[in-house]
Structures are given as C-alpha cells and as structure tokens.
Design a protein around this ligand. Structure first.
Ligand code: DGY
Length: 322
C-alpha cells in the first residue's frame, strides 16, 4: 500500500521528521521565509497531511489544492490562520498544539512585565549609546509590582499560568473571561477576583491579554478600552496582535495616558506600527512567546503525532474545536 504523503512548511527537528518518516513520505520546505502560497498549493497535490505554521494562511483555495488532505496540523496553539469552516466543509481535520507551550509563554509574559515596569530595554539602549553617566537616586525609575493588581484578560491555559506566577511578585490577581470555550480550560484560584472587562481595565496596574483572535476580540483594546485604564498602568500583549488597536496604543503611550506597554505580537507581523517604533515606553519583542528549544520541539512533535493519529484512522490528540 502506498505510504501517505506529508508536507511540512518549515524546518522541524530531525527527531520529528524521523517520527513521521517511519510511516509517511515527508517533504519539508526548507526556505528561510514562509512558504509562498503558490508553492504551498503546488506541493499539496497528492498529500494527505500538512504541518504548517501560523504564518501560513490556510484558505479555502489552499485546501482545494490539497484534494487528498485529511489533516492540517498547525504548529501553534492559535489557529486564526486557518479557515476552519472551509476545512470542516471539506472533511479536513484541524489540530493545534495546546499545553506544550503554556509555561514558556507565561514565562515570556513575565519577562515582558518586568522589562516594561523596570524599563530594562530602555536602560540598555541608553547605556549602549553612552548615555549613562552613573548611578543617581532618581535615574530611570520604574514601578513596583508588589501590592499591585495584575489583570488577566482571558483565563485560558496561558492566562492561568501567568496568573499563577503573580504571588511570587506579591501581586493580586483579577481576571475577566470573554470566550471561555475558545480559550481552553483553566482552573481559577479562589483568591483571584473575577471582574467584568471594564472594571478589570480600570482597576488593574498591569493588564495582560490572553484571548484568542476572533471577530469579537479584534481591537478589544481600542481607544475606549485604553481610556478606562489607569494612567500609571501597563498593557502586555502576548496573545495576537490584532487584539490591540496599535494606532490607539501608540497615541495613548505618546500622550502618556498609559505608563507603558510590552508587545510580543503585532497587527501585521512582521511590520510594527511606526508610531510604536519611535517610543521609549513600549517594549517590542518579535513574537517569542513559545521560542525555546524545548517548547518548539514539543510543538512540532505534537503536530506530528496529530498527523500520525489521523493517518492511522484515529482522532487527533489535540483537535481544534471551534
Ligand atoms: C501560538 O502557538 O499560537 C503562538 O503564537 C506561537 O507559539
């Protein structure tokens, strides 16, 4: 019997390629950038499975090019790059990689909270350009976290993992939930206060976003939402760029209506709004949430196991249910 064909749109660890090769013929696109859509469609011909990234747009058109496809395995927990309705209509299963990246993303979120509130990148830039003339009592003062409120928007797995680290910094936690089914399961600690979004925005000192990108979360943080926040508050986004209206955020930071922000995700990656690039009070990271060797390997491996499960006739381990 012919072995199933698998297309992988990026380089993945050798151990994961070997896992797939034990049962399938594997074709890996090894280009330095995202696979061009035309090439993706051409190479999908005759393939039963696709392992792809959040930078690959899996549209109805792409799915039509892969007439034999049985599974699209996204190497990401987010899946807003995939037309789920089109996949469902064509009988193609979609899977993602939850859980394995939760801790790495929560750690990165705290890195950004500390970087913004303690002005670490701003200080480093100043030092490197020779602008440090020595220790001074009032030099580059940031903001304490102790006894402040961390407001988590979206208490899915990652939101809950971020919240669970707050006690180590002496912060109290408040959370607001919007679309629990899409965010995934989580367990709220009884010490955390559940608030409505507006109340969370107006009472928190650090607001951290952990919602998936859906029509209802696009520009959830717009001018109106930002104006609800304290002027001494910080906004952190490690979810999806379009959840924040970057134009509105750049305006608020420029006008000092917020103390600062830290973003790991952007509306039109890899482009960053020029208004943000010129500001000192925003930390900008290039989508590093899950970027550790261990986590990225685990993500690729889980995607491969999803493919193997479906190709052998079973359900995927981590299906997207939306
Ligand atoms: C995801 O998995 O959705 C992240 O954005 C990348 O790790």
């Amino acid at each position: 019997m012919a072995r199933p064909g698998v297309l992988v749109t990026c380089r993945i660890p050798t151990s994961v390629v070997e896992r797939l090769e034990a049962a399938c013929d594997v074709e890996v696109f090894a280009g330095p950038d995202a696979m061009p859509p035309g090439e993706l469609k051409a190479r999908l011909e005759g393939k039963q499975a696709l392992l792809c990234l959040l930078t690959d747009r899996i549209t109805a058109d792409v799915l039509d090019a892969g007439r034999d496809l049985r599974i699209v395995a996204n190497i990401a927990v987010g899946f807003d790059n995939i037309d789920l309705d089109a996949a469902r209509a064509r009988g193609v299963v979609v899977s993602n990689t939850p859980d394995v990246l939760t801790q790495a993303t929560a750690d990165l979120t705290w890195g950004l909270i500390l970087a913004a509130t303690r002005r670490i990148p701003e200080g480093e830039r100043l030092l490197r350009r020779g602008g440090w003339s020595g220790w001074a009592l009032d030099f580059l003062l940031g903001s304490d976290l102790r006894d402040k409120q961390l407001g988590i928007v979206g208490l899915g797995r990652i939101g809950a993992a971020v919240a669970s680290r707050a006690a180590a910094f002496g912060m109290r936690v408040a959370y607001a939930t919007l679309d629990e089914a899409a965010a995934g399961p989580s367990a709220a600690d009884p010490a955390w206060a559940r608030l409505g979004l507006d109340e969370l925005l107006s009472s928190s000192d650090v607001v951290s976003l952990h919602v998936p990108l859906t029509p209802s979360t696009r520009h959830l943080i717009d001018r109106r939402a930002i104006l609800r926040m304290k002027r001494r508050a910080y906004l952190i986004n490690t979810s999806r760029g379009p959840v924040v209206d970057e134009e509105a955020l750049a305006w608020a930071l420029r006008e000092r209506l917020l103390a600062g922000a830290a973003l790991d995700v952007f509306e039109e990656e890899p482009r960053v709004h020029p208004g943000l690039l010129e500001l000192e009070n925003v930390v900008l990271a290039p989508h590093l949430g899950s970027a550790t060797v261990e986590t990225r390997t685990a993500m690729a491996d889980l995607a491969a196991r999803n493919v193997l499960a479906v190709l052998s006739g079973g359900p995927p381990l981590t299906p997207v249910r939306a």
